[in-house]
Structure formats: C-alpha cells, structure tokens
Design a protein around this ligand. Structure first.
Ligand SMILES: Cc1ncc(COP(=O)(O)O)c(C=O)c1O
Length: 420
C-alpha cells in the first residue's frame, strides 16, 4: 500500500459536498452555500484590522519570527484574558498557532500514543475525531443532550469515567475536550454543568481542554462562562483564535493558553512550543494585525457588537421559519451561527441525513452539512450567516423540499437551473 493506513482519517464532512457543488456551479447553477462557518464572507473583516495587516507588510514584517508567537500578539492575548476572565498568565503559557486547527494537532501529537484515548462529546466539531485518530488515539464519545438544551449529560459522563477507572483504562485517557460555545449546536454550557465537568476532570485527573473559539458570539440573553473562570485548580487548556470573534478566518491564526504551573501543564506548554518550532513560525504580518484586532478594544467592541446583533437577528429569523416546518425540530441557538435541527427522516422518506443533504444540493442547489458528520445522524447543519433575503429564500426552499418529500411528490432527478 502506497498511502499510509492512517491517511484514511483525513476527511472533513463540512467540505465533502464541494466537488459536486462546484460541478453544478460550472453547469450554470447558482449554489447557496450554507455549509461553511466563514464570517468574513458576509461580514467583511474590519478596516482597522486590514490596515494593521498592511502596516505590518509595509514595515517588512515578513521574515520568520518567534515560533510560538510575536510578543505583541502574546501580550494582547494575555491582556484579553486578564480583562475578560481575570486569568493571569505568563508569556510561556500562550502559544500562537496556525488556527485552532493546528492547536488541536499539537494537542494530539503531544499527548496521544497508540491505544490512548480522549473524551469527546457528540455532536462534535468534525476535526476532533480524525486528528485524534491520526495520532493513534480512539474517541470515547459522551454527549451533549438535545433534550437538555444540548447541555452535557453529566451523569453519563460520570458513569463512563467510573467504569474506565474500575477497569484500569482511565490512565489511557489523555484529555477531555469541550466546545463552548458550541459548533454545531449553538449552545453555551450552563455554569453549573461546567463546574460539574471541572470537578470530574479533577477527580479523575484528566486534562480539561476547552475550545472557546465563539466566546464573544453569544446572544439571546445567554451567559457564557469560560473554563478559565471555573477551572482554577485543574490542568486545563483554552483554545481560541482570530477566525470567528475577530472575523479573520483567512489569517489562519489561533492560540492555546495552558496556564497551570503543575507538572502536566508545564510539560504540555513546553511540548507545544517544540511543535511550534518545527514549523518555524505562524503567519507573521497576520500576527501583528491580530494583535491590533485584540488590543484596539474600542474598534473591536464596535465591530463585534454589530456582528453579534446581526447574527442574533438572522439566527432567530431562520429559526422562526424552520419552526413552520412540521418535519423539523430545533433547539434555539444562543451562540455561534449555526442551526442544528433534527429532521424526521422517516416522514421525509430518506434513509440517512447524507441522502437528504445530497438530494437537497442536487434538487434545490443548497449545500448544507449532514449531522452524521458531527456524530449526530438525523440532523443537518445550516450556517446562518447570510443576510435574511438569502437565508429566507434558502429556508423557504428547504421547507418546501421537505413538504414535497413527505408527500412523495419530490421531483426525481430534474433540477431547475438557477433556481435561486
Ligand atoms: C469549534 C471549532 N473549533 C475549531 C475551528 C477551526 O478554527 P480555525 O479557523 O482557528 O482553525 C472551528 C471552525 O469552524 C470550530 O468551529
């Protein structure tokens, strides 16, 4: 075999419809892409951030630099966490990465040997599983429970950890990874739930990792609690970045904060720095722009307030339209910008969510992501970033598609050209 056995894990369900969507677009169809959570497509990256990027280029900030991040950016990140979450960390505890994606790679490469495992919660962000598997690990899947507004099923988690301890497998569990606020469900964890998870991580001596990449995109009156505010005594890591709060997905910048001074935390932050050195440096001009994006709080407050208000309005509008659909049920999101409804496959006469998503693309020119890609079959993920006319048109057509499917009158193969 030429390709490695592990290379089979390299996949991303969010992008899997792209080849077909591109083919259909080449045939003249107008595809509405609601599969990728890419804010700058609909909310241009703020001018003050672009200017900082241009200034960095003009100042010839184009060489390799400190592998784990330029001091200006690390300081900006440290100040942000001090102000927002009263978390004080030194410079060595912050490692700048090429997106949260790379921080997740570092995490797995640093901790996972063949036969190790990690606790994930489904629905999960799709990258978590393949990155763990690529490093030789296996996922232990706990759950965010739909009937609990997508909060963690803590009793089930407790039960699982108890069993792992009893059969001696707990020493193979290297970390427990939360997404809060959540992609794809759009919920924030309740503080009491988070506290319970922290206390379990403590009891079972597990590293707690929290992916908080949407921590400023919270609305509908929800309150977000960072792990930084409740996990003072356990080793923990926070992952975050430029992509969502700072509306700069294309910068490919993220960071990990590993605040502890215990043995595990010290080893982990040093290992992250080793991995950072292996790829020499992250995007340098973008790091200066990201530093300004964070530090210029006056400009940032303005742009994030506008973006969150718009997202709230778009999400609520889309939810109200979906609620008219008798074949769909949804927990109303209060963070991020995704809708993750459950679809009644039986009534809709589909055998899988994959089939639903493919037919929707073929027949209605709308690209979504199948819920099974997040570990939650019978769901679909709809990116709710576009303006209301685009979103309203797409959801109207999804509703009509469902109605026709349930009545068995969905056209078999024919697709209208430019049916937007
Ligand atoms: C929960 C979560 N983590 C990580 C990422 C990847 O982010 P980055 O662009 O920083 O690599 C995403 C992107 O959508 C995400 O939703």
């Amino acid at each position: 075999m030429f390709l490695s056995n592990r290379s089979r894990y390299a996949q991303n369900p969010i992008e899997e419809g792209d080849a077909l969507a591109e083919k259909l677009a080449r045939e003249g169809r107008n595809i509405t892409k609601l599969n990728r959570g890419d804010p700058p497509v609909y909310f241009p990256t703020p001018e003050y951030i672009l200017n900082a990027y241009i200034e960095a280029l003009k100042a010839h900030k184009t060489s390799y630099t400190n592998a784990s991040g330029v001091p200006e950016l690390k300081d900006a990140i440290r100040m942000r966490y001090k102000k927002r979450y009263k978390l004080e960390v030194d410079s060595e505890s912050v490692i700048v990465t090429q997106g949260v994606s790379e921080a997740l790679s570092f995490l797995n490469e640093a901790l996972i040997d063949d036969g190790d495992s990690a606790v994930l919660f489904k629905p999960y962000y799709p990258l978590y599983v393949p990155l763990l598997n690529l490093a030789g690990g296996k996922e232990i899947l706990e759950k965010y429970e739909e009937s609990r507004n997508w909060n963690i099923h803590v009793e089930s988690l407790e039960d699982t950890l108890k069993k792992l301890k009893k059969n001696g497998a707990i020493s193979k569990v290297k970390y427990l990874l939360l997404t809060n606020p959540n992609n794809p469900t759009g919920t924030v964890l309740r503080k009491d739930v988070l506290e319970k998870v922290v206390s379990l991580a403590n009891e079972y001596d597990l590293l707690l990792v929290s992916d908080e990449i949407y921590d400023e995109i919270v609305y509908n009156g929800a309150l977000f609690t960072s792990v930084a505010e409740v996990a003072k005594d356990v080793p923990f890591a926070i992952l975050n970045g430029a992509s969502k709060d700072f509306d700069s997905t294309g910068f490919r910048l993220g960071f990990a904060i590993i605040p502890g001074s215990d043995k595990k935390s010290m080893e982990l932050k040093e290992k992250f720095a080793d991995f950072a050195r292996m790829r020499l440096s992250a995007n340098v001009p973008a790091q200066y722009a990201f530093a300004e994006a964070i530090s210029n709080t006056k400009e940032h407050e303005k742009s994030i307030a506008y973006m969150v208000k718009e997202i709230e309005s778009r999400v609520n509008f889309a939810v109200s339209m979906l609620k008219e659909n008798p074949y769909i049920s949804i927990v109303k999101p209060n963070s991020a910008f995704y809708l993750f409804p459950k679809i009644d496959l039986k009534e809709l006469k589909f055998s899988t969510d994959n089939e639903f998503v493919n037919k929707l693309l073929m027949e209605e020119n709308i690209q979504l992501t199948r819920g099974s890609g997040f570990g939650a079959p019978s769901h679909i993920r709809i990116v709710s970033l576009p303006p209301k006319d685009v979103l309203g048109d797409a959801i109207g057509r999804i509703n009509e598609f469902c109605r026709k499917s349930a009545q068995g009158s969905r056209p078999k193969k024919k697709a209208a050209k430019n049916s937007k």
